[in-house]
Design a protein around this ligand. Structure first.
Ligand code: ATP
Ligand code: MG
Length: 559
């Protein structure tokens, strides 16, 4: 299906109606992360949706940091978020925006509300406020401070701004209706006292606006037409609209909600991901096991595969959990097309090919991609001594075992057919070497005696190869829904989600691996150079580390 044939999702339908009726003349969206953590796969969905809508309708998408809570926010997160959005392939409109850019305006509008008798300074503490709010069955009670005079409110609000009061001592609330069936409308707080520095505004402010107050006004200031957010904000929409109606905002944005993306065997909440980082369960936000965009990038997922995946999940109003294998499918599909091939032996077993002359080195040519000639070729070195994987040899095989067995033949991928003769064992009876021979004239041909090899295995020269470490990842959680129903997600951790293999041997085309190229190690899967690697031209300190991005097939189900 081409882009134009895809059925429209419900937000696209709304946009097309709005454009047709002239309600809007161009589309402006925004992606509004709070810089309190690194972005995860769920955010990728919001990014692809918001930037995608702007692209599709020749509009613009802003990147706006929703930085109303200095307590949990940091500049490190701002930088990582920008990097992730760009890496996913999107360009925001103009400069990056910050909700804090609008703090002056938001303050002035709060003063407007006070002057119109629509906002008041309240001295109830959090607990009292909760009591006064009532619940879904019971109406709330008016705050005893609700009827303060405009003058007193203006004075107190100014003093709140100037840092005269302790944190939490007072707040500014809008006067809506304490009996409103929607709890969000029961005089919500729009400013809190927090005597705290902010990463953008320094020590200028002692009060900070609430998300609900700041968000829609930020949208209006930026001319956002379609403010797309996740379903948990449905209840907040009447409040969003109340502010737009009651403030002299320069435009009238509308909020639309879609369902969050949840992936099984995973958690997608910055708070929980931060806990994994803080408690050293993982090695950082970009640990390749993390469902963060930076983790997936480090592991070797491509931006395209992430975009394809989130698009395949659709845009709906129904919450659900997507199977992680759907993400892995998109990753495999893209990598299969773009990854150059190489061979790497994870658990080396030496094979001496006794009928190959000792001083002979043969240079063989192999395609970088079997289905894409344009990618070109690579040179393999074939020597008398090679390594194969321990798992690819058995002294005695059986019908199902299509690899190397004493007295049987196998083809070396991209090279000759060989036949195994005997093993060499150490004092413990461990096989340390296999002695085998090549069958002449089998480069690209079947053996002339008609005895065909049973299978194909990968190999590297034992004399000339590239040493590397390979990191193999399993799911971070064994639990299919680690945080469902209030469970402690830490209990669902998989204790063996990382396996480190050292002494792996790669073919010489991996000598200068490219940091941004995903490789397919033939028969093993897809691998990506890890950022812990040290590439050293003099090779003294060189350390190559490959992350296993994903196997060639989905083996999880058979586990
Ligand atoms: P978290 O709980 O991980 O902190 P959040 O919603 O608080 O998530 P924000 O930084 O506020 O994180 O999110 C920025 C945007 O991304 C919001 O519009 C939010 O709705 C959207 N978003 C966050 N998580 C998901 C998700 N799992 N699926 C789709 N969109 C999401
Ligand atoms: Mg949040």
């Amino acid at each position: 299906m081409t882009e134009n044939e895809k059925p429209l999702n419900f937000i696209e339908k709304i946009i097309e109606e709005d454009l047709a009726s002239g309600k809007v003349t161009s589309v402006q969206t925004r992606f509004p992360p709070e810089p309190n953590g690194y972005l995860h796969i769920g955010h990728a969905k919001s990014i692809v949706l918001n930037f995608g809508l702007a692209e599709k309708y020749n509009g613009q998408c802003n990147l706006r940091f929703d930085d109303t809570n200095p307590e949990k926010e940091e500049i490190e997160y701002v930088d990582s978020i920008k990097q992730d959005v760009e890496w996913l392939g999107y360009k925001w409109n103009g400069d990056v925006h910050f909700t804090s850019d609008y703090f002056d305006q938001l303050y002035d509008w709060a003063v407007t509300l006070i002057k119109e008798g629509k906002a008041y300074v309240c001295d109830l503490n959090q607990e009292e406020m909760r009591e006064y709010r009532g619940n879904l069955k019971e109406a709330g009670k008016n705050s005893p401070y609700r009827d303060r005079s405009v003058e007193e409110n203006l004075d107190l609000f100014e003093r709140m701004r100037d840092g005269e009061f302790e944190d939490g001592k007072r707040s500014l609330r809008v006067k809506i209706d304490m009996a409103h069936p929607n709890m969000q409308m029961r005089d919500p707080v729009i400013y809190r006292i927090k005597n705290m520095e902010h990463h953008q505004t320094g020590d200028k402010w002692h009060i900070y606006p609430s998300y609900d107050y700041a968000h829609g006004q930020g949208d209006a200031i930026e001319g956002v037409t379609h403010s797309v957010c996740t379903l948990e904000f449905v209840e907040h929409r009447p409040l969003y609209e109340w502010f737009i109606e009651n403030l002299p905002v320069p435009s009238e944005p509308h909020q639309y909600e879609f369902s969050r993306l949840n992936v099984n065997y995973s958690v997608t909440s910055k708070r929980k991901l931060k806990q994994l980082v803080d408690e050293n369960i993982v090695k950082g936000w970009d640990d390749p096991r993390m469902p963060t965009i930076s983790g997936m990038r480090r592991r070797g997922f491509t931006a395209k595969s992430i975009r394809d995946f989130v698009e395949s999940t659709g845009v709906t109003k129904v919450d659900g959990v997507v199977d992680v294998s759907q993400l892995e499918f998109s990753v495999r599909e893209d990598l299969n097309n773009v990854a150059p091939r190489a061979m790497c032996v994870m658990n080396p077993l030496k094979v001496t090919l006794w009928n190959v002359p000792e001083d002979m080195t043969e240079y063989l040519t192999a395609p970088l991609h079997p289905q894409n000639e344009e990618m070109g070729t690579r040179t393999l070195i074939f020597d008398r001594e090679i390594y194969i994987d321990k798992a690819d040899f058995q002294e005695e095989g059986n019908k199902k075992y299509k690899r190397l067995v004493i007295g049987k033949r196998v083809r070396l991928r991209n090279a000759y057919v060989i036949e195994a003769d005997e093993t060499v064992k150490d004092a413990n009876g461990e096989i340390i070497e296999v002695r085998a021979r090549i069958i002449e004239n089998t480069l690209g041909n079947n053996p002339e005696d008609g005895i065909k090899p049973k299978g194909v295995i990968h190999w590297v020269s034992a004399l000339q190869n590239v040493d590397c470490e390979v990191r193999i990842y399993d799911r971070l959680f064994n639990d299919i829904a680690p945080d469902a129903g209030g469970k402690d997600f830490m209990e669902g951790l998989n204790p063996s989600s990382l396996e480190v293999l050292t002494g792996c041997k790669g073919e010489i085309s991996l000598m200068d691996p490219k940091a941004d190229v995903p490789y397919q190690f033939e028969r093993e899967g897809y691998f990506f150079l890890d950022s812990d690697s040290v590439i050293d031209a003099h090779e003294e300190n060189e350390k190559l580390i490959f992350n296993k991005t994903i196997g060639l097939r989905d083996t999880w189900e058979n586990k």
